[in-house]
Design a protein around this ligand. Sequence first.
Ligand SMILES: Nc1ncnc2c1ncn2[C@@H]1O[C@H](COP(=O)(O)OP(=O)(O)OP(=O)(O)O)[C@@H](O)[C@H]1O
Length: 693
Amino acid sequence: MRVDGGVAQQVDLERRIVDAMYERVGVLVADAIAAHSAVLATTPESAEQLYLRDVEAARLTRVVGELRAAERSLCFGRIDSAAGGSVHVGRVGLRSADGDALLVDWRADAARPFYAATLAFPMGLRRRRHLRLDGRRVVEITDEILDGSTPTSQDIVGDGPLMAALGRARTGRMREAVATLQAEQDVIVRSPHRGVTVVEGGPGTGKTIVALHRAAYVLYAFTALAGRGVLIFGPNRRFLDYICEVLPSLGENDVHMATSADLVGLAPTATESESVARIKGQAHLAVALSRWVRDRQPRGVPLEVETGQDTFVLEPELVDAAHRFAVRSGLAHNPARELFKEQVVDDIVNLLEKRTTDALHDMDAEVAAILDIDLDQAVADDLRSLGLDHTPAPDGHPEFDAEGIRAGLLDDPDVDLAVDTVWPRLRATEALEQFLTDTSALMSHLPSLPAAEATLLAHRSGAGYTAADLALLDETRALIEGPPNEVYGHIVVDEAQELSEMQWRMLMRRCPGRSMTIVGDFAQAGAATTVRSWSEALRPFVEDRFDRHTLTVNYRTTAEILDSAAPLLARIAPGQEPSRSIRHGEVSRTTPVTDTDVLTVARNLVAQVNHAHPDELVGVIGPAERITDLTATLDSTGAVIVAAPDARGLEFDTVIVVDPAAIEAQRRSGLRDLYVALTRATKRVHVLELPIT
Ligand SMILES: Nc1ncnc2c1ncn2[C@@H]1O[C@H](COP(=O)(O)OP(=O)(O)OP(=O)(O)O)[C@@H](O)[C@H]1O
């Protein structure tokens, strides 16, 4: 930054303004804390008052949390209109005690020009100013003049803060980018579309950044959706750990982050071949599973129920009618079974009533024939002679206590056991195991499934579930127990190209309102999915009703790194336009190594890079079978060692790719894994190439 009178004066000016903002935050925090204590000191006189008190206390706690989270870089921008007015933009909205706007929340409409104005479309702005703070102190100002006017001594035109942010050393945790969101990203972040939004683009085009800021925007602007919860879904824990600080640093702590294992509540402990995982991921297995469950329900069979002294046989027509009644409710297998049982009990009560009535009629007729008198008439005459009224039941017999009998039958374990013979209660875990091992049923429900594949489904090594089993288990639970209790108003799906059809079903089940932000890149697709396009993924749920955006600027990788990955991209996604990098750097280097010296060379290389760039982060990405050795060798170097299939979404300053041929050969998606590995670096890539065996 130029240091002259103009700069000093402007920095001073902004310092005073920002100081006033921090002072105001201090007052608001103190007020909110005092109000919180006062609220808690009240004695509620009713449950309703207690509830309202707790709601208010929670609101005040949230206010304090949001204000405190805004401490770092409270204000990062300012816009000046050509007409002369100015607005400061920051993490929260602030007003002075007199109600004047001091600071506008970055998500508010008034802040939009800060992100969206360009030289071509200045949106009435003359100047966009970026402020950099060190603690609470303004230390740097950078201005962009947007209306073509000549800069004055009050304009501090310099290198944009975006380039500074992109060039900064990586820490292993993604940082928020609220101060430098670009116009093409901002359009997506604050889109008014509440349905499904898809964001695609090559590696490093800011899809994850956009998705996370979009989540923050949804929480701010779509309060009804946000009230029902926001979920960020990612492919694995490592990735979620990488992005976990972004939303809290934007003041948003009420966001749930989960992988498949978190949603299902089980971690995969077994493994299986890629081809089996792919079969398990396909939606037609859901159809087969649903038919398999239906097979555990009665069709065309009688039901025999023994209760006490009585035995009832319900004819198949009655059982089928009860089944239809239960299924029409739309409930899952177990809750529908309870409806079925109620219907069965009603049928038994009807049979019992008829049986009782018939028996009494028979007895009446018998007695009357023997004594030659009308028993009812005789009883009525006797009662009348005693001055008592006698109104016989309509059928001439004492009241039949249908309700009492019904309640007794519903509680009768014999009835439950009998219902179990035609409609057993199921447990999802056992049901899934049986389904996967019931090869002949599988093939009859899914005629398109080759016998060889059907027999493979049950094979897994290790106890427990595989990654692909989790979505199947979720599906089984939905069919047997009903939909999950935990659903969300909005779901953000990152690395969405990784999802199988079954995983899409698992997520959609948790988002009944279909409000989602989906980001991914099919050129980076892993081995487990067969889905090849967004339309294919989304059609079953929203047909073609989704918004689609493509990001084109690469914010991570230098032009040199993109150039070196371009031939690979042309092979794996020939139709995909490469993204455009805005930075230049070192040319990627390839070093031939052998099986014997690869670890030593890797260790020396990491040491060299650490020496030359001590504050930067090195990632070493290799084939899964080398990870143990690499980890042992590079243990004390601070480098992060990752198997290529797990590198999606991650980022390092330097990336060392070990044995690209083995990465390529390792899985069906090997070439795409290699492409992912080669596009993780912000500054430089070294490839250690082993001879192809
Ligand atoms: N507007 C921005 N300001 C500052 N940094 C940005 C901006 N946009 C993107 N970045 C940075 O660029 C890098 C790449 O972004 P991101 O990880 O979101 O890309 P991606 O498209 O999700 O990549 P991949 O497909 O490889 O997962 C990140 O370090 C991110 O913080």
